[in-house]
Design a protein. Structure first.
Lengths: 85, 573
């Protein structure tokens, strides 16, 4: 694999990571901590939304994020032909 | 059948299962001993990782902490699960491609330095020992309450069991035993939660039951807010401290989780880089099952506790109350002599002077240890005896699985990183395996000794282990992968400054003259690892900018671990 292709692969990888980590930050630190007061004004059933994000929602998003990462990374690997057999 | 008989039966059966699995899967080579031969299926590895990582603290203490902290307890939920995302995205796949056995191995090779390796070994040993002593304590508590035997014998039984299957099986035995332990602990956690959810809010899924309505039509969480404020506490669902500290504590727990050596090493056990990625996903899914149930248990238990005991005659309370009083984990002190239990926040002066005094209350009369909330919950909710026995078996499974994983890190740090890679490089594989078994045996005995005579710092495990992992390992590993320019000088200076800063802050405020009102920007010692990490990053960056870049071979290695293809099985080089 030549150096330019390698560089391109790495850049694509980093951009994908950055997008996922942005979501990771938004649901945990954002919805769960920084904007919790504002979100608590919204209610869904017995839950205040900010409280729900902090104790439930963020965790569900975390799980989804890892599976999205696995799917996306495998696809990038294949398109650059660096996947394992 | 009595609770005690059920406990003997279920705990005995699960122990027989663990030992059986260990015999079936014992290790024959160093590679099997350290990383299970690198051939573990991702789902299996995910389950083992989940059991490895969910300790006695997750199983026994966390729901209790959330019970008393309310919204503020989210730091544990967010921190310990969010850290897994960082581990899965930023570290696990690359460390798997690197293909060695231990974290100090990576640090030593990447920073081409024995000093860096030795610093990493010392950190790994310190973190692992602090943590494992906590597990041994958990085993002792569970045994002494439910089998009604002496605490010391409880620890000894735990030592014997771990000794048996960790020394015999190494990583391979531990991995398959941990799968069995995961199954036991998750059933033990979910079954009582489902029972209680059905009883209180008539919903079979605790995660949804948390937002459900009680039999009187009010929402559970609203009722809990009401109960809390009526007793002078902060409302359960809202923030009551500065969000900066919450932010820092959450971040320290996250980064610490990502840097814990016994969790990272799990990703060396799968065959491929793609498997390392997906097994982190499975692990978090299995962990999330417990972690999303914990806040429900916390809310149910708190509501149950307050409504059962508050303003009730002490003599008329149910039997579990006096049984737990005997252990000293639940204490009642009838300050105003009216024979009733007054449980309220006497640190809230306005409440104590205006409302409590008018009712003739003479101070808070009930002390509840966090740890009993999960263990006593089934009794408080009057669940059948076998459910209570199952919870005990679950707590033991959580403690033993984590202890075994940590002991393996300790033994591989000694036999592989210290002996093979440093002191006696010509050691044969058979001798190395023997040294690993001796090291694990010695570590179990030392852990058992400290479990019986716990040093004072064990109570502060969270601040220590996570803070130090966040301030030392996490930046060094991250920079080692994502910055080709990062060199030996930068990494060592960064790790040392992160460690020294974080360590001094914790020592000053936990054991020295420091008082809570003097915290820098209100950051508690639990959260200071985050600042230590930032310092580590800054120092690493500055020092490496003024020192020569790493040798070409190391830069090539970094290029290589960034690309999945060509991952060999984790072997010794």
């Amino acid at each position: 694999m030549d150096a330019t292709k390698r560089k391109l692969y790495w850049r694509k990888n980093l951009r994908f990571l950055l997008i996922l980590l942005t979501f990771w930050f938004l649901v945990s630190y954002g919805c769960g901590i920084l904007w919790v007061e504002q979100l608590n004004a919204i209610r869904i059933g017995g839950f205040k939304l900010g409280f729900w994000f902090a104790q439930q929602g963020a965790i569900y998003v975390f799980v989804v994020l890892i599976f999205v990462y696995v799917y996306g990374m495998n696809k990038i690997d294949r398109s650059f032909d660096v996947n394992e057999e | 059948m009595s609770i005690q008989l059920w406990t003997y039966l279920i705990v005995g059966l699960t122990f027989a299962l663990y030992i059986g699995v260990a015999i079936w899967s014992r290790a024959g080579s160093t590679s099997e001993f350290y990383v299970a031969g690198g051939g573990v299926h991702p789902i299996v590895n995910g389950m083992a990782t989940a059991a490895d990582w969910m300790s006695a603290a997750s199983f026994i203490s966390m729901a209790g902490l959330i019970s008393f902290m309310g919204y503020q307890g989210s730091q544990y939920l967010l921190g310990w699960t969010g850290g897994f995302v960082l581990l899965a995205l930023l570290l696990a796949p690359y460390l798997r491609k690197f293909g060695k056995f231990t974290v100090p191995d990576f640090i030593g090779e990447r920073y081409y330095s024995q000093t860096a390796r030795v610093v990493a070994v010392i950190c790994a040993l310190f973190i692992s020992f602090t943590y494992v002593i906590g597990q041994m304590k958990g085993v002792g508590v569970a045994f002494s309450r439910f089998l009604e035997i002496d605490y010391n014998y409880g620890v000894m039984i735990g030592v014997f069991i771990v000794f048996f299957y960790a020394v015999l099986g190494g990583m391979k035995g531990i991995t398959y035993t941990q799968v069995a332990q995961y199954v036991v602990l998750i059933f033990a956690y979910l079954i009582p939660a489902i029972f209680i959810s059905l009883l209180m809010v008539n919903h079979p899924v605790p995660q949804l039951g948390l937002g459900g309505r009680l039999s009187d039509g009010t929402y559970l969480l609203d009722k809990l807010d009401q109960l809390s404020t009526d007793l002078g506490f902060a409302a359960y669902t809202t923030a009551n401290q500065g969000s900066l500290d919450l932010f820092f504590v959450t971040a320290a727990l996250m980064l610490g989780t990502a840097g814990l050596p016994h969790v990272i090493v799990r990703f060396f056990t799968v065959p491929k880089v793609a498997d390392a990625r997906i097994s982190a996903g499975w692990a978090l899914l299995f962990i999330a099952l417990l972690y999303t149930t914990a806040p429900a248990i916390a809310a149910f238990a708190k509501t149950n506790l307050v409504t059962t005991v508050s303003e009730q005659q002490h003599d008329a309370l149910p039997g579990w109350f006096s049984r737990w009083e005997k252990t000293g984990l639940l204490q009642f002190d009838d300050k105003n002599g009216d024979g009733r239990v007054q449980y309220y926040n006497d640190n809230n002066t306005a409440f104590a002077e205006n409302i409590a005094a008018a009712k003739g209350w003479g101070g808070n009369e009930l002390r509840v240890d966090n740890d009993i909330m999960v263990l006593a919950n089934p009794e408080i909710a009057q669940l059948p005896a076998w459910v209570i026995a199952l919870v005990v078996a679950g707590g033991l499974a959580a403690a033993l699985s984590t202890a075994a994983g940590l002991l393996l890190v300790i033994s591989s740090s000694v036999s592989h990183d210290l002996l093979k890679k440093w002191l006696m490089p010509e050691i044969s594989e058979r001798d190395e395996l023997r040294a690993a078994r001796v090291a694990i045996a010695a570590a179990v005995v030392i852990a058992g000794y400290f479990g019986i005579n716990p040093p004072g710092f064990v109570a502060q495990v969270v601040a220590w282990a996570f803070g130090l992992a966040a301030a030392s390992f996490f930046p060094a590993i991250l920079l080692g992968i994502f910055s080709k320019r990062m060199n030996m000088q930068g990494a060592i200076a960064g790790m040392l400054s992160g460690l020294i800063f974080t360590g001094s802050y914790i020592i000053y405020f936990k054991y020295g003259a420091g008082k809570a009102e003097d915290y820098w920007w209100g950051i508690s010692p639990e959260g200071i690892g985050t600042l230590g990490m930032l310092i580590n990053f800054a120092v690493s960056g500055i020092v490496s900018a003024f020192t020569p870049p790493p040798p070409a071979a190391v830069q090539d290695m970094v290029e290589d671990i960034r690309v999945p293809r060509g991952a060999a099985a984790a072997v010794q080089h």
